[in-house]
Design a protein around this ligand. Structure first.
Ligand code: ATP
Length: 358
């Protein structure tokens, strides 16, 4: 088997007593699109900057194809970084910006020009080659920044919130372009974003960080359906989390919770008295006026709704300051047409919940 492209082995970054990244391990295979996501200050950018060579790890090793990079200068790493502010040279035109890295590497003028023009064509910028970069739109500037990195034919491209300065409609367009480009070229992308939708829409695997540590690495669907811990389950934002204790009757398949007695997924088989947290995706909750034939039922009142594209998140009051949320396709919501304050039943099949052991 081929060795992985990039390995972070117990990598740490300490800023004079404050540890921004705490002994993280990560293995990235060649050709993967990896997104690093987490709340502000969790250490995403510091991690990316260490891979780029803009920060030196305090401990651990960063290896690219088995070569230790810790003290290799950024310009000798073949791991260009594209970031939000792009840092294009305003005094150079589009082509000159794209050629710049090749010039630094001593590539001769005709080869430079051929390569730069090839990338400008490929990224739909052929007509702008001689235009000053100051006279481009945000999306065009973003493409120039990409061309400037891709012309170096890197194995690994690092991107730090590259779309965060763009308008919403352009973000969606650029996301699609980036995914397509990455798959076509087979270049490994390491992409830092605070946007969950962006990470989940684009990446093969998502790395969730918090407080300088990696909380979970997995395919988007796995993170959605099987969060590794409470932090991830909450961070995803579409889960209901119910704490409870396994009852002594029922063979370890029921919990006592603030929402009543609830059945666990069949495979649970937990020791009586054990504390667990039950994670139920908001899309697994059904809402009805009649009492449904479901093992897990909670009487609720409708607090309000939130439209998220073609789905609606319904916020529910389950009494005693407990809340739930259900996510329905818009057409189902319209059919049910719940009024604010109306009493409903929220229910779910036990097998659709996921147990976090605490
Ligand atoms: P954001 O989404 O807000 O950009 P982030 O996850 O990218 O956040 P980092 O920029 O990696 O976070 O910062 C992680 C932590 O390290 C933060 O608490 C930050 O204040 C701290 N930090 C970053 N750079 C330095 C520095 N040069 N000196 C001291 N502390 C730093």
């Amino acid at each position: 088997m081929n060795s992985p492209l990039l390995v972070l082995d117990k990598v740490e970054k300490d800023y004079g007593g404050f540890t921004a990244v705490k002994s993280i391990d990560l293995v990235v295979e060649s050709g993967e699109f990896i997104a690093i996501m987490g709340p502000s200050g969790c250490g995403k950018t510091t991690t990316l900057r260490m891979i780029a060579g803009l920060e030196v790890p305090t401990a651990g090793e960063i290896r690219l194809r088995d070569k230790v990079l810790n003290h290799v200068d950024p310009w000798q790493r073949q791991t260009p970084l594209v970031w939000q502010s792009l840092a294009l040279f305003p005094f150079l035109n589009v082509r000159q910006n794209v050629e710049f890295g090749l010039k630094m590497r001593g590539v001769d003028a005709s080869a430079r020009r051929a390569k730069a023009d090839g990338w400008l064509e490929r990224l739909g910028l052929g007509a702008f080659a001689t235009r000053p970069v100051t006279q481009l739109s945000g999306g065009q500037r973003q493409r120039v920044a990409l061309a400037r990195s891709l012309v170096l034919e890197p194995e690994l491209l690092l991107l730090d919130e590259p779309l965060s300065a763009l308008d919403a409609h352009l973000v969606v367009k650029m996301q699609a372009e980036l995914i397509q480009l990455q798959k076509q070229l087979g270049i490994t992308f390491c992409y830092v974003t605070h946007s969950q939708s962006e990470a989940f829409a684009m990446a093969d695997r998502v790395v969730i960080m918090n407080g300088g540590t990696i909380q979970q690495v997995g395919a988007p669907r796995e993170i959605f359906r099987k969060p590794a811990n409470r932090f991830v389950a909450e961070f995803i934002g579409t889960n209901n989390i119910i704490a409870g204790k396994v009852r002594s009757d029922g063979g370890g398949s029921m919990i006592e919770s603030g929402f009543g007695i609830l059945q666990l997924p069949r495979s649970s088989d937990l020791a009586p008295g054990r504390k667990v947290e039950l994670v139920i995706g908001a899309d697994f909750l059904t809402l009805s006026r009649e009492r449904p034939d479901l093992p897990n039922l909670v009487p609720v009142r409708v607090l309000g709704e939130q439209f998220v594209g073609s789905v609606v998140v319904v916020h529910l009051d389950a009494g005693d300051e407990r809340s739930l949320r259900a996510q329905l396709p818009l057409h189902q919501f319209e059919q049910l047409a719940p009024a604010h304050g109306e009493a409903l039943f929220a229910g779910w099949q036990p097998g659709n919940a996921y147990v976090l052991e605490t």
